[in-house]
Structures are given as C-alpha cells and as structure tokens.
Design a protein around this ligand. Sequence first.
Ligand SMILES: [Ca+2]
Ligand SMILES: [Ca+2]
Length: 315
Amino acid sequence: MKNILKTSLKSSLLALTLVCFFSCMDDDLDGMDTQPKTSASTTVSSLTIAEGGSDVIPFTMEKAINMPSQFKIEVVSGTATQGVDFTAGDAATDSDTGIPGDGFEITVPAYATSFDIPVNTMMDIFAEDTETVVLKISAAGVRTVLADATVTVNITNIATESLAILLEWDKDVTYEWLETVTEEDGDDEDIIVSEFTENLCDVVDFDVVGLLETADCPEVDYALGVLADGTYNIEVDLWTVTTEKTPIDAFAIPLTLTLGKTGTFTTTLEYNDVYTSDYPASEPGGNGTIVAATIVVSGGLYTIYDKDGNLVAAE
Ligand SMILES: [Ca+2]
Ligand SMILES: [Ca+2]
C-alpha cells in the first residue's frame, strides 16, 4: 500500500514538474513575458477630425506578450465633452471590469504587436468653433503593458447650406394615477393615488410632417436639402401618446425645435405648453399638427418665424 502511494506521489510530482517545464518554456518563447515588462507608445501627438468622423491613434508594442492588455483613455483638458462630442476606445470605463473613473477603455488581445485606439466624433446641428480635447492614455485594469501618451484631438465644425431639423422631447415626467391595491389582512381592495414616472421618449411620438417621420427620439436630420427661395411651413405632428398608466390630470409635453442650416445658422424654439398628454394625437384620429415654424428663404438666406408668426432669427 505504501509503495503504491509513493509511486502515485512520484507520478504526480513528475507531472507537476513537466507542467512547470512546459509552461516556463512557453513563457520564454519568442521573448514573451507574463509580467508587465513592456510598453506601448505612439508617434501621434494630435488628430484633427471633422464632426461625425473617425480616426485612430496607432500604438506600437515594444514586444508582444501572451496576455491581453488594457488601457484607459481619459480627458486631461479641453472644450469637447466626452460622450457628447466624441467617444474613444472600445467603450466607456466600467468599474465592474476593473477600470474605474471617467473616460474610455480599450482591451488589446494577447500577442498583439500593435493596436489602434479609435476616436469617433459626433455630428450636431450647431455652428461652433473647433473644439479640442487632450486625451491621456495609460495602463489600466490588468496593467500588463505600460503606456503614457498624451494626444490632442481637434474636432472641426461641419457647416453646410442644407436644411437641418432637430426635434427633442427627451424628458422624465411624473404623474398621478389611481392604483388598485389589495389590503394585507383580507380580500378588500383599496384605490389609492400613486405616482408614476416615465420618459416622454417612451410615451410620445412626434414627427415633422413630410420630413422626419420615424420612431426615433429625437427626430433629427442634418441634410434635408438646400431650400430654393420661397416660404416653407415646418409642421410638427403629435402622432401618439401612450402612457403606461392613466393620468388623473393631463401633463405638459415640452418640445424643443432647433432648425436652420447644419453648422451654419440655427435657432431653437421652446414649446413647453402647446402639447399636453390629452392633446388629440393624430394616429388615434385626432389632429396633432401645428405649424411650429416658418422659414422664408430669400437669396439663399433664412428668416425664421415661430408658430405665432414672430420673427425669431435671420441670417
Ligand atoms: Ca457643429
Ligand atoms: Ca416620430
């Protein structure tokens, strides 16, 4: 019995030694390491990207390693806002995956000798100066590869002569409704006043008649075409209101209409008390349409009037 035990113990030790031998050999193959003995660097110090465009920050590894590596991309300074004007890397940082704080992260697979950090910028309707952001790229998460780079990203405004419209109603609303509840000590039911909160994007659908008729919230298009001289009514249509509960009292549905020429000339109209949750929406058979703005084009230049005919902006 002792002999059998000894023999099996010996075989186990031999097996362990062999595992160690092969794994150690593997670690040294092609100069690869499991420890953070290498670094990644870039020769790029700045990028210039037009709104809505993309570019990459290329990195080279000093040498490949047999483990993934992770990097954090964080804002050092600048006028551009992360998540609004640009994004970078694979995704926003996530403390659940080991990278806390504001910024973005990227994971590079094992054995890579180079990688690109994507930088994506967002299109918008507004005319702005070039926006700048300084990004710092450093080792994060598993911290297998060191990096210390600073890259300036310049985001340039796109300006066109095309009609652009942005219709927004993304807002939480809380309303009261009558809830039926069963009493704890019996079968009796009570009706109580409860509060319910929903996002108007989930509850309301607006369209711009003939121009923006999707289920999106907001409704937006930056390239609706160049308008010839003439007068154009911009009609907003309340298509549906589908609250989950029945509100005791109707609530207001605030609406923001930004229109003009993409990146060149825009004006914003706020209609906070035009529409309510009991307004006769079009889809169920009502008429949810109003002339929300009028654009008069003369010599290619816009003059914009609000729903009451007041002049609000002119080029
Ligand atoms: Ca812009
Ligand atoms: Ca719509």
